[in-house]
Design a protein around this ligand. Structure first.
Ligand code: NAG
Ligand code: NAG
Ligand code: NAG
Length: 482
């Protein structure tokens, strides 16, 4: 058998949402760099977001597009990108449109005849589609095992159906190790809808079912971070799973030089100049992700808290410009009077996009105030930073518990409205030069960062899991007589 014939062909199908696409493209690169033939499937408006980068860094990866039936599902015709903030009605329509992709997707399978499909967990029907062609479907579950276990255990045992109110804590049944308490208001909407009558709830029933019938799942995490929950997921919950994270590290040393160059902006330069002038580990980085939408009073409390903490900071504010009456950009009524003048040289406010990975990796940064989106969280862990955790939505509360209760590198900020005193207190505790708590968090965070970076190198656990997965796929393929 010649080389070409041996080459495994994997079709990668990310869900059309930024947080889903980026790590799946990274995963596609990982498979390509390990010698697989890779085809990425997406929609016409999503393709340009990454195809240029792929053409430059991984020209061997093919990109195929499927027309997205937005209009047929009652969405605006150019709506090809999912975003929870679009509201429940549009979310439902988006899932309706996504299901309509099934038959064109199957036509593509007939044409391209891949050996394996790796599809986002939001596409439950791809398990059946792949089965029609006798090929395995892998589920991309871009999260960690701990969060997956909480979702699965609440789905199975429905403990939240037995509490009095949304804020009543209940222990998660079936979890090994220290008891973990949740309340309904800390559960992702998806987990709350399971077992209910809504269309989206039914989609996620099928997601769980498809996952158990699929070949296995890929998690963007590191086995050593959470062996107890990885084992629970695989042994008790009976899922096959491979942890291959942090997938974003695939960009280091391969093509990141080029994309770093491309991304340079005035922000990046002024940001680096600011950080270069600071002492090691002295600056707090504050960023709540793309979706967090804090009210003006809450932003004022954060500002006042940062000021009274006395710490130097970089604060990314993704504030909608259409608020505060009249629209337009430069409305800073959400800042305390004279704030930026007083913070001159001490604090840098970035409005909009920030070169996050670059900031997190800078020696001057000593701590991260985060909304606990897994993408950001993993970047923070990889950079070896302790964190102040401030979850807002989705599975961010699960990630917070992993950081604070399991890994011991996070300090939780609690409450729907958080006052400046609580902000200053949490930041102060994280950044303290003295005392056991901060020292211990720094030590653990540093160790986890080293583990994460080692995991993706040859001999590391994530590298090994990729090899194991490819090996199994090839063995199965031979067994099926191809
Ligand atoms: C994580 O999010 C940041 C900010 O939105 C983005 O720049 C980065 O590419 C994302 N990384 C991954 C792996 O999704
Ligand atoms: C953000 O919050 C404001 C009010 O504080 C609201 O009007 C707006 O719709 C919110 N936007 C999103 C995307 O949630
Ligand atoms: C993934 O790596 C871990 C740690 O090396 C190992 O225990 C586990 O068996 C691997 N998983 C698979 C499916 O090979």
């Amino acid at each position: 058998m010649d080389e070409e014939e041996e080459k495994l062909h994997i079709l990668v199908f990310p869900f059309m949402a930024q947080g889903h696409v980026i790590p799946m493209i990274d995963t596609a690169k990982i498979f390509a760099s390990r010698g697989l033939k890779v085809t990425v499937v997406t929609t016409p408006l999503n393709a340009p977001l990454f195809s240029k980068n792929l053409r430059r860094s991984f020209p061997s990866i093919a990109v195929e597009t499927l027309e997205f039936p937005a209009a047929a599902a009652g969405l605006p015709p150019d709506c090809e990108n999912f975003d929870v903030s679009m509201g429940f009605d549009a979310v439902t329509k988006f899932f309706v449109a996504a299901e309509m992709l099934q038959s064109p997707f199957e036509n593509l399978l007939a044409e391209t005849r891949p050996d394996c499909v790796l599809a986002d967990w939001f596409f439950p029907w791809t398990t059946d589609s792949a089965a029609k062609f006798g090929i395995p479907r892998l589920v991309f579950r871009g999260t960690n095992f701990f969060a997956s276990c909480l979702s699965e255990l609440t789905r199975i045992h429905q403990p939240h159906k037995r509490v009095g109110s949304e804020s009543d804590p209940f222990p998660v049944p079936g979890l090994p190790g220290p008891p973990v308490f949740l309340s309904i208001d800390q559960m992702p909407v998806i987990d709350r809808l399971l077992g209910g009558e809504t269309f989206v709830g039914k989609v996620f029933e099928r997601v769980a079912e498809a996952e158990s019938k699929s070949y296995g799942t890929i998690h963007n995490t590191i086995y050593e971070f959470e062996p107890r929950y990885a084992d629970l997921y695989m042994k008790e919950l009976g899922r096959r799973a491979w942890s291959i994270g942090p997938v974003s590290l695939c960009n280091v040393g391969i093509e990141d030089r080029a994309s770093r160059g491309k991304e340079s902006s005035i922000d990046e330069h002024s940001c680096l100049r600011f950080l270069n002038s600071k002492k090691p580990r002295s600056v707090v980085y504050v960023c709540f992700g793309t979706l967090a939408n804090f009210s003006d009073p809450q932003l004022k409390e954060i500002a006042a808290g940062l000021e009274s903490s006395g710490r130097e900071f970089v604060w990314v504010v993704r504030r909608e410009t259409n608020r505060g009456g009249g629209g337009g950009g430069g409305d800073d009524s959400w800042l305390p009077a004279g704030f930026e003048e007083r913070m001159e040289g001490k604090g840098l406010i970035i409005r909009g996009w920030a070169p996050q990975a670059l900031i997190l990796d800078h020696v001057a940064v000593g701590g991260f105030v985060t909304h606990c989106g897994w993408n950001s969280t993993l970047e923070g862990i990889t950079a070896g930073l302790p964190m102040v955790t401030w979850p807002v939505t989705a599975e961010q509360f699960y990630n917070e518990k992993l950081l604070t209760e399991i890994l011991g590198i996070g300090i939780a900020v609690v409450g729907v409205k958080v006052g400046s005193g609580a902000v200053a207190d949490a930041v102060g505790r994280m950044m303290a030069e003295e005392g056991e708590e901060a020292a211990e968090m720094r030590r653990k965070a540093g160790e986890l960062g080293r583990i994460a970076r080692r995991a993706v190198e040859e001999g590391g656990s994530s590298y090994g899991n990729v090899s194991a997965l490819i090996g199994e796929l090839k063995r199965d393929l031979r067994r099926r007589g191809k």
